[in-house]
Design a protein around this ligand. Structure first.
Ligand SMILES: *Cc1c(COP(=O)(O)O)cnc(C)c1O
Length: 412
């Protein structure tokens, strides 16, 4: 008989430690230390030579960070996970592990602002070309592929456009052309979206968002989902010879991550491990609030256009059900008549906070045009479908009536 798989939250509350804690602590302690001592010279040599895995130096591995990684593996069913100092560290390290100068990446221009900057400026300077294409135009996508196309990068729901790509279609095109698929699933948390089930090779998320338990700390995670055995890839071959299907994580850990050094602090790892325990509860409540708010305000006379892919009237409703169990994140956007209206609306809010970030317990509002995207020329912002009349609301877990009242009073 096959044992019944535990539910998401039970898994998070029962993931065992790698070693038993000497005091039987119910929370993984914060191992706030730079290095670890060994019993003998032989032991430290064995650790460094990879003969006997052990924590030696916290830039590379640390028990508190390792436990967070273990919980992520339990939650996603992936092969392995690597936690880093931020979502951007996870994205940039993954790309540097897999793509060389002269090669190119397929990506939508509709991206989280700093990911766009990474592709548009930083990678360009390293001679890695980002081919910006409309990932909703599946036919045109293939025309952008050539023998140097190494990777397809997409966000499961784009931010702040809230577009939903058809993941099965994208993955099919990529696999047919031998292209590695990397998904940034930050907006659709791991309890509602299963990257492995969609044949995605690598899943990346900013753990600053849902996983941190409410905006408690900055972090990022790379998950090797286990669908790719990494054989036959020239740039991973030395790691593949030594580590087999752990080649990707080994290359990240022993080369890119170790050499660039974006280490997650043990303290942040503990906060994020605890965040995973309550992730499902928080997502449920934020989702309920987000749906109620978008239903309540979609016909409001002061709101020109309200977007939430979880609304039954959204063009992405069916895909959201199929891909994200009906929970396409808990971010909604809406347009007011002018930029001045947006500012005055924001300034009248009493419960909702004026802040960047997403998936805090508190509802957060931002005007993307004048903040996250303000460094880009207007024409580029318009190309990215970011308008000066758009507001982005990350819906928290407050009482719904208070959120409705707050928005009502600020709209008048
Ligand atoms: C926040 C975010 C990132 C970057 O994560 P940091 O932890 O801020 O570095 C990347 N992608 C998406 C979709 C995000 O929302």
């Amino acid at each position: 008989m096959v044992a019944k798989e535990l539910g998401f939250t039970t898994k998070m509350l029962t993931t065992p430690y790698v070693k038993q804690d000497p005091y039987n602590s119910l929370h993984m302690p914060v191992y706030e230390t730079g290095a670890f001592e060994f019993e003998s010279a032989e032991d430290i040599a064995a650790a460094f030579q990879d003969k006997q895995p052990a924590h030696a130096y916290s830039r590379s591995t640390n028990p508190s960070v390792e436990y967070l990684e273990k919980k992520i593996v339990a939650a996603t069913g992936g092969r392995a996970a690597l936690a880093m100092a931020s979502g951007m560290a996870a994205i940039s390290s993954t790309i540097l592990a897999l793509v060389r100068p002269g090669e190119n990446i397929l990506v939508s221009p509709h991206l989280f602002g700093h990911t766009y900057g990474l592709f548009h400026k930083t990678l360009k300077n390293l001679c890695i070309e980002a081919r910006f294409c409309d990932l909703l135009d599946y036919e045109n996508l293939e025309k952008n592929i050539d023998e140097n196309t190494r990777l397809l990068f997409f966000e499961t729901v784009t931010n702040p456009q809230l577009e939903v790509v058809n993941i099965r279609k994208l993955v099919k095109i990529a696999k047919k052309n031998n292209i590695i698929v990397v998904a940034d699933s930050t907006i659709t948390p791991i309890n509602v979206f299963n990257a492995k089930a969609f044949n995605i090779d690598i899943e990346i998320m900013s753990s600053t968002k849902f996983i941190s338990g409410g905006g408690t700390s900055v972090g990022g995670i790379v998950v090797d989902t286990g669908v790719n055995d990494w054989s036959g890839l020239r740039f991973l071959s030395t790691f593949h010879e030594k580590k087999g299907d752990m080649a990707l994580i080994a290359k990240l850990r022993k080369e890119i991550f170790r050499h660039f050094g974006p280490t997650l602090s043990p303290r942040a790892a503990q906060l994020q491990s605890m965040g995973l325990d309550i992730l499902e509860l928080r997502v449920e409540r934020s989702f309920e609030n987000c749906l109620r708010l978008s239903e309540h305000f979609s016909d409001h006379p002061s709101i020109k256009k309200l977007t939430y892919p979880g609304l039954a009237s959204s063009e992405y409703y069916r895909l959201s059900k199929e891909q994200f169990n009906g929970v396409p994140g808990t971010i909604m956007t809406f347009d007011l008549s002018t930029e001045d209206d947006c500012f005055s609306f924001m300034n009248k809010l009493k419960v909702i906070r004026r802040a960047t970030n997403m998936n805090d317990n508190k509802s957060l509002i931002i005007h993307p045009w004048s903040t996250i995207y303000s460094e880009y020329p207007e024409s580029l912002r318009l190309e990215m479908d970011v308008h000066d009349t758009l507001l982005r609301l990350s819906v928290g877990i407050e009482d719904i009536d208070d959120l409705i009242d707050d928005i009502e009073q600020a709209l008048t």
